[in-house]
Structures are given as C-alpha cells and as structure tokens.
Design a protein. Structure first.
Length: 285
C-alpha cells in the first residue's frame, strides 16, 4: 500500500508551509499507515456526524482539517494514557491526531482518526504512538534498543515502567516484540520513561482487500476495513481520483467542478507544467 504522508491543500491551491508545533513534538512515527497531525481544535457537528475542526500545524501543511472520529477512535490523555471522551476536549485545545490512510477532496479536507491525544500541558513532550520493528538488549540486560517501523530509535532502561492498555494483565518489557504497538513517553534523548502497551493487533482476514489493488487491469483503493474509496483521495503525498460509480482509478484529463485536471499514468494528479505532443493520429503524448 502506498503510504500516507501529510495533507496538502485542496487541489494544491494553497502553499505548503512549515510550522512549529504548539507543544514539543516527537518525531513523526506512523504505526501501519497512520500519519500524525496536530493543532488547536473545536468540536462541531453536522447532522449526526461529529468531528473536530482542527487548525492543522503539522510541518508540511497548515490549514483547516476536519477530524472525524469513529467508534474505534481512541481518545487518550497525553499525560496519563487514560481514556477520555470526545466531550472532554475543550474548544481551542491542542490535540495530536493519528489519521487514517486517505483524505477526502473537500473544503476543508476530511479524514478519520485512529488515536487522538489530548489534555496536553504547555511545553509537554507528547508520547509517541509507535509500532515496534525490532528490540534488542545489551549484554548485561540493563537497557534495550527499540527501533520503530518509522526508523526512530529509543533506549529502554530495564527499570522503565510498562503497563497494558485497559486490562489487568501483567506485562513486562519482555512483552515488547516486533509488531507491538505502544505509546512511549521519552525525553529529548529518546530514553523511555514510561510505556503503554496495546493489545496485539489483529491481522486482517485474508479475504479482505486493503490499500491499492489491481483487479482485471484496473486500480482500486481500499481502506483498512476493505471498503472501496471513491472521489478525490490523498495518498502518499499525491492526489488521485477514484470514479464515484465504479471506484476505478482515473487517468488522463478530468473535468471536475468546472476545472480541468490531468491524471498521470500512475493516477497521480499533475501539478507541474507538462507539454503534450500529438502523433500522426492526433493522440496526445
């Protein structure tokens, strides 16, 4: 699956800006296909849909984004790791949100969240939401080196406290293994001071398609639950258009909302000048 990076503005009309976080940020760690954004939010609702209206301050984009929670979205206090509710988030509060694999082409852009960290004190270093790629202990077992799937490295002292998320199970640092998903509280040197370990992720059923799939010579995009994505989708830093009726990835010229766009052979929207030359048949190349 092509990996989601940061959100761009709709149809690349806005400039890409770099902005510092309102609180001290960890490195951008992305368990699975998730990406992190942060900024102040207000709670809002349209019909039966509730969402967080975020003034996104993540490093490669600045602008309004709608974070739509689902029943599976975790809301956690960034200091304690304990669950909170959507209603506990105060208007104007800065939160960190780990978003899903696609962003809708709307104004403002809309996306789903797997995890929202809130209750963040000023100048607090938020915990990192990571997936473990590997962990190895030194010879005298006094500390371990943990490498995440995002290539960040943490030092885990043997005395570092670790607790399970919402269970009474007893866990130890030995339960950290490749594939484990956890929150890591750490200082500037990436030395862990506390770890919250989530239950082992359940592998998707083998008959559920996710991500990019080529079927009968055509490309389709599925979300993590196997649903087909349609319309404009922002994946791996590029815009794609999936036919609203067939869900097939489109290529070539597209007229949308009164404007023309060109979708390259890989489906990504053209954002730089390109010269088209006709051949003898009149076909453009």
């Amino acid at each position: 699956m092509k990996k989601l990076t940061k959100i761009l503005s709709c149809l690349c009309a806005a400039s890409i800006l770099t902005a510092g976080a309102m609180v001290t940020a960890q490195a951008a760690i992305e368990p699975g296909s998730l990406s992190v954004m942060w900024g102040p939010v207000t709670r809002d609702q349209t019909g039966n849909t509730v969402y967080l209206r975020m003034d996104n301050q993540s490093q490669s984009y600045k602008g309004e984004v709608l974070i739509v929670p689902s029943e599976e979205t975790l809301f956690l206090n960034a200091v304690s790791g304990l669950p909170v509710s959507y209603e506990d988030i105060a208007d104007g509060e800065t939160v960190y949100a780990y978003i899903g694999p696609a962003v809708t082409m709307s104004i403002p852009p809309r996306t789903h969240a797997e995890l929202v960290l809130c209750g963040i004190p000023a100048d607090f270093r938020v915990p990192a939401y990571v997936q473990v790629r590997e962990i190895s202990w030194n010879a005298d077992q006094t500390e371990a080196t943990l490498t995440t799937t995002g290539d960040d490295i943490y030092t885990i002292p043997a005395a570092c406290p670790i607790s399970p998320y919402l269970t009474r199970n007893i866990v130890t640092l030995e339960d950290l293994k490749a594939g484990s998903i956890c929150l890591i509280w750490a200082g500037d040197t990436n030395t862990a001071s506390s770890i919250l370990l989530f239950a082992d992720a359940v592998e998707p059923a083998s008959d559920i398609r996710t991500g990019w799939q080529k079927i009968d010579g055509r490309w389709y995009l599925y979300d993590l639950t196997g649903n087909l994505m349609v319309g404009w989708q922002f994946v791996d830093g590029k815009w794609y258009y999936m036919d609203p009726e067939t869900a097939v990835m489109q290529t070539g010229f597209l007229k949308w909302n009164g404007n023309y766009y060109y979708l390259q052979s890989d489906g990504s929207m053209l954002t730089e000048p390109k010269t088209f030359t006709p051949d003898a048949s009149g076909a453009l190349h």
